[in-house]
Design a protein around this ligand. Structure first.
Ligand SMILES: Nc1ncnc2c1ncn2[C@@H]1O[C@H](COP(=O)(O)OP(=O)(O)O)[C@@H](O)[C@H]1O
Ligand SMILES: N[C@@H](CCC(=O)OP(=O)(O)O)C(=O)O
Length: 380
């Protein structure tokens, strides 16, 4: 038996593969069973939020296509017609259990704006207090770029980790069509074995995780592992389980040793740093010398103007930028206290000179330690 944390807020991520029969037909029966299980769980877990994929798959079905289109605009059209269909199925299923659902469509851009990010949190809090189950998906129709670009969450595994951080969930359960995380993709390597528990996050894990091999899945196991890392950094435990049987959700929560459990939280990021690390889209880049690199990475100090050698991009006070060394390696991300124009004037100078150069001084630091996140917490 596993010992799980006390769960007051749970995020459940549901992938396209388990929502569909033959990859393109949404399985209404499955959603009914899932709603029944979630309805039963509501008596013990106060807040449950679902991140559901399946809009594109549902759209393929509605438009009578044979497979997922290759062109982005066609896929976006599928998502546009599929999303209402999907929500309608969820709504009917949860109605039978006496529960209401809400639809939340979100983009990376929404998350990158701190006010909108916090607003989403307050809205979800209100929905929870009305006993509503929010169902979240990426707003695929308005995302400009294709997967993995800065403009998009890339996949719903990532989105589910960000949602878990946003609402302070204790547990994120990722439901997929495999029994958990294996030492290699089990559909390709028959000797692969299930990893039941992961205590320490290690970059070797990414080497074992492959991409999706199905026509409707998006990120494969790789994106689930990256999402798990983000959720753990946000202070949320993670489980990856086979969701084909929704009863597995109850089994996992009861402590049965199914799926893969990420059981160890090291030193979670504070809420504010979480937004800097995962939600904000960096607006530019500050290049630092070796001395500043040592100060911010090893000595955990703030970034002062004297160690800055270059600045790229246009940004304002309060924006998030990447901090890189002279070889272009990302050292971390931070919220700046000066704009790029001001930094261009004060870089390489001592803090005592800021006031003479600019005629004012907001702060000694260009990026304060409290507003800086080391690259260890970022992707990969
Ligand atoms: N190490 C691994 N362990 C388990 N599954 C893996 C692994 N590497 C790759 N995969 C693949 O990831 C798939 C699940 O991801 P994906 O197709 O994106 O589904 P979903 O729609 O559930 O997000 C599995 O079906 C499997 O083929
Ligand atoms: N937003 C897309 C799903 C993207 C995605 O990550 O899919 P999946 O790998 O099935 O969770 C949709 O609703 O079709």
């Amino acid at each position: 038996m596993r010992r799980l944390p006390q769960v007051k807020t749970l995020v459940i991520k549901i992938g396209s593969n388990i929502l569909t029969n033959n990859s393109t037909i949404i399985d209404n029966n499955y959603i009914n069973n899932l709603a029944k299980v979630i309805g039963e769980l509501k008596s013990q877990i106060e807040n449950i939020l679902i991140v559901s994929s399946g809009a594109v798959a549902a759209g393929i079905q509605v438009l009578g296509l044979q497979e997922k289109p290759k062109e982005i605009s066609k896929r976006q059209a599928c998502a546009a017609v599929g999303q209402p269909k999907l929500i309608q199925i969820y709504e009917n299923a949860f109605e039978h259990c006496g529960l209401k659902v809400a639809q939340i469509l979100i983009t990376k851009d929404d998350f990158s704006n701190r006010r909108r990010y916090l607003n989403a949190k307050y809205t979800i809090r209100e929905l929870f207090s009305n006993n509503v189950i929010p169902i979240v998906n990426e707003n695929d129709t308005v995302v400009v770029e294709e997967l993995k670009f800065v403009d998009s969450f890339g996949d719903n595994d990532n989105l589910s980790a960000l949602m878990a951080g946003l609402i302070g969930a204790e547990l994120l359960l990722i439901l997929s069509d495999v029994d958990g995380f294996f030492t290699a993709d089990p559909s390709k390597d028959k000797s692969a074995t299930l990893i039941s528990e992961i205590k320490y996050f290690d970059s070797k894990l990414l080497g074992m995780a492959g991409d999706s091999i199905t026509s409707v899945g998006t990120g494969g196991m790789k994106s689930k592992i990256l999402a798990a890392k983000k959720a753990l950094n946000a202070g949320c435990y993670v489980g990856i389980i086979n969701g084909k049987d929704p009863e597995n959700i109850k089994r996992f929560l009861n402590g049965d040793e199914i799926g893969t459990y990420f059981s160890h939280l090291e030193d979670p990021l504070k809420k504010r740093k979480l937004w800097i690390a995962y939600a904000a889209i960096p607006k530019g880049e500050i290049v630092v010398d070796e001395g500043a690199k040592k100060a911010i990475v090893n000595d955990k100090k703030s970034l002062l103007p004297s160690g800055i050698v270059n600045v790229n991009g246009r940004f304002n006070v309060g924006d998030v930028v990447r901090i890189v060394d002279q070889k272009g390696k990302e050292l971390g991300r931070g919220k700046v206290r000066y704009s790029n124009i001001e930094i261009e004037k004060i870089m390489g100078k001592k803090t005592a000179e800021i006031i003479n150069i600019l005629g004012y001084k907001f702060s000694d630091e260009v990026v304060h330690r409290d507003d800086f996140v080391l690259s260890d917490f970022l992707e990969g």
